[in-house]
Ligand binder design. Sequence first.
Ligand code: C2E
Ligand code: CA
Ligand code: CA
Length: 324
Amino acid sequence: MENEELVVGGSIGIARYPHNGKTAEDLIKNADIAMYRAKADGKNTHKVFTPKMLKSVTHRANIERELRRSLADLQQFELWFQPLVCLKTGRIMGAESLVRWRHPVLGVVPPADFIPIAEETAMILPLGQWLIERLCFQIQQWMPYFAHDFHVSINISSKQLYRQNLVEMFAFYMEKYHVPPRTIRMEITESLLLQDEDEAERTLKEIRASGIEVWLDDFGTGYSSLSYLRRFTVDGIKIDQSFVRDIITDSKDQQLVQAMVAMANNLDLLVVAEGIETEDQANTLAQIGCEIGQGYYFDKPMPVDDFVKKLINESESNVIEFKL
Ligand code: C2E
Ligand code: CA
Ligand code: CA
């Protein structure tokens, strides 16, 4: 076409009469659903409709509809907190905030079930803003009782980085709630940086200049973890749970974690190991030189009241300087 060579591909969805529909309308609708699945599976392929596909499409549509409704009542979204623990002393160093959706009918919905949809539909923008405000509100409540190096991290989606002025937004809520930036850590994943590296670099620089720490989440799982470390300045990395899971049984995983910790030390980066589920894992990580850990072995993410109770208990056993 006008001397340009075009390569045309195709994704095919197949629905069969009478199993997948008795009317032309139903058949086309179901073939369409199968075609979208073919596209989602990397395009240039075909998929045959199954009732399971319809179920997942319906489920997704339900969640999307409920999400849209819930935006009028953002109180349904709350932050839960999971402690970050010093692997040497057992002291709680901080927490990661993780969103939960307390739906009036569905109950507590985990983020995996709605964050991807919120991201696709841009509903993550109002939701993310609400969570940033809640984070600052919460830190304000806790501030008087914090140890000086206590911090709370928040997960940020790519849409938030590219479509909102995050720097201004954080500044606004930090001022509103009198929260010092050093108490906040922003967790981002590599996939987030892929879209527009220049813009990401600019924003992250500004965020760090404002005093908020930036951490690379799920470290080691992406395609280009190292080149990101070269390009973007971050304060720390979180070693992905997939490496921690088999650290006792798989010597290769153990060596990889060891290498990541050594590399981080050389680059003056802090390290958190995620997904610690057993004492053995915690001990091994401590031996390797990883200082901070997070995982079910210490605590699951919990609602704010439980987290405060936990901190009070710890302070009573003199592990941390926290009193209410
Ligand atoms: P993530 O940021 O990698 O968060 C860690 C996830 O691992 C959390 O799942 C946490 O509950 C879980 N986890 C912690 N310790 C263990 C363990 O020992 N074993 C196992 N198997 N899992 C453990 P959760 O809370 O379901 O969150 C899932 C993902 O949803 C998060 O992964 C993050 O990507 C996203 N997410 C959560 N909260 C937010 C948020 O406020 N904003 C955005 N944009 N994304 C969020
Ligand atoms: Ca995270
Ligand atoms: Ca992670």
